[in-house]
Write a protein that binds this ligand. Sequence first.
Ligand code: GLN
Length: 316
Amino acid sequence: MFEQAMGRSAASAQQYLQELHDRFKGDTSGKVADYIPQLAKVPQDAFAIAACTVQGEVVAVGDADLTFTLQSASKPFTYGLALDMLGREAVRAKVGVEPTGEAFNSIVELEEGVHRPYNPMINAGAIAVCALLCESVGLDEAIARGEAMAEGYLGRPSTFDPEVLASELVTGHRNRAIAHLLRHFHIMGEDIDSALTLYYRQCSIEVTARDLASMGATLANRGVHPTTGARAIGSAYVRDILTLMFTCGLYDSAGRWAYTVGLPAKSGVSGCVVGVVPGRMGLAVYSPRLDSHGHSVRALQVFNAWSEDWNLSVFE
Ligand code: GLN
């Protein structure tokens, strides 16, 4: 419980989250992502903060039951699925483990010589992982496995937003260009549509801030969902996922994030950030207005304050 995880009661944790919410709710700076037309329709000033301990105790404030799509916050989980299904060697052949210092949708960044995407947290790497999954088991089975994987982390059946999926499939020319580049360098095969469909399908998985905190808590709990007790991912691969989240989860802000917040985390352009306090908790913030790097403005502020106030950095 919070007592065990953080040395404070659930009531005081709840009160602290409310203070954070009050402190930052007045900040309406930043802009909702509108390059995916469907994403521009979300309630712009929504704001939720949630935490889930590895014992399954949840505290949440604000719009914590409002549904949003995972977007890039799906990437660490899909990477884990590929590791679980195919092993490290097969996955490492297609995607590296180096931070790029580049934006999430960077096109030209591929490792010299091998032409692998640098890591699975940027679009190029995540698309390569999705291509690998489709080439291994076919699109339908890959989608089914992705769904089962999400259910493991959510502790309930998973749903996705078909309109966001369709919106990205039609307008995502930049990701299509990335896929063609990967095809050119033989990182993936011919079936670009399947790879992108799986990629967008994963991005369009629907969660609430509460859900996202429990997904983080499952990683914090070595891959076992805190309340169902079901395993969502092989424990051997949790370290891989958390390491990549730590070094690459915030793209070109990853260094500053590691320095200030000090937690493995992943952001999504829907305005969410999931953070993991290994062995203790999963944390989630949702607020759709983004900064120029594509990160939720309020989520960054909340995580900065939270980490400092509760000494959450993994190096504390
Ligand atoms: N679906 C989004 C895209 O590919 C995910 C990007 C993100 O959340 N950073 O553009």
